[in-house]
Design a protein around this ligand. Structure first.
Ligand SMILES: Cc1cc2nc3c(=O)[nH]c(=O)nc-3n(C[C@H](O)[C@H](O)[C@H](O)COP(=O)(O)O)c2cc1C
Length: 220
């Protein structure tokens, strides 16, 4: 069994998305102490913004006509796809930045999509967990309803484009206690944290309990 984990938070200390992903990972690992965990940290170690255009333009040329940079980009994109393809389960931890998709996560997805023919249908039905954290709150009826332009797009990619069997842990109001303007929401934020933590534990256990499609294929 193996787990691929991707973190997109630009910080380590105090990161809520990392903390929630840690819970999923730890719960999963309790039952699988020997599992391999492959980590890709695009928040602290972003991919180069030139990687995607080089991979795309290179793919449109005959191999012999590619520049060294385009050849290197193709190799790096293939290696990034291998990390995902070789894992039984996938874990993504992604914050909301500036009401949109983290640019680092967008770059990673763009690069992965240059390998789309290898990803589909291989990822179909593979178990995945996405931890979404947001500093504010975006639920129905809130003043910022409709302002989160990240979560919907990410779900489209993970579920509809790659066919993953996705479960989500969502935590909002992580800026409560940081931004004094949100002090009135302290109790609500604490409730949200407790229930997200519980969800993360339950999902970690589910990853253990459900065999991956690869395992199912191995049963005659
Ligand atoms: C540069 C920046 C932009 C942010 N933009 C938003 C935003 O548009 N909406 C929001 O709800 N929270 C926003 N936040 C808050 C983060 O979503 C929140 O702090 C989250 O917990 C960050 O993830 P982490 O705790 O894993 O680092 C922003 C934070 C930073 C640093």
């Amino acid at each position: 069994m193996s787990l691929f984990r991707l973190d997109a938070s630009i910080r380590d200390e105090g990161s809520h998305s990392r903390a929630m992903a840690d819970i999923v990972q730890a719960t999963w690992r309790e039952e699988n102490p020997d599992v391999e965990i492959v980590r890709r940290d695009i928040g602290l170690h972003p991919l180069a913004s030139t990687l995607w255009p080089l991979a795309v333009t290179g793919s449109q040329l005959p191999e012999g006509d590619r520049s060294d940079a385009q050849r290197d980009a193709a190799l790096e994109a293939a290696a990034l796809a291998d990390e995902v393809l070789n894992a039984d389960s996938l874990l993504f931890a992604i914050p909301l930045y500036n009401f949109g998709v983290s640019e680092h996560f967008k770059t990673w997805v763009d690069v992965m999509i240059t390998q789309q023919q290898r990803l589909v249908p291989a990822l179909q039905g593979r178990h995945a967990v996405a931890v979404f954290v947001r500093g504010g709150a975006y639920g129905a009826g809130t003043p910022r309803e409709g302002w989160d332009h990240s979560t919907g797009w990410i779900k489209r990619i993970l579920i509809d484009v790659w066919g993953l069997d996705l479960q989500t842990v969502e935590l909002e109001f992580t800026l409560v206690g940081v931004n004094p303007a949100l002090d009135e929401f302290k109790a609500m934020a604490e409730d949200m944290r407790v229930s997200a933590k519980r969800e993360a534990e339950e999902i970690g256990r589910h990853l253990v309990a459900v065999p991956s499609p690869t395992d199912i294929n191995h049963v005659d």
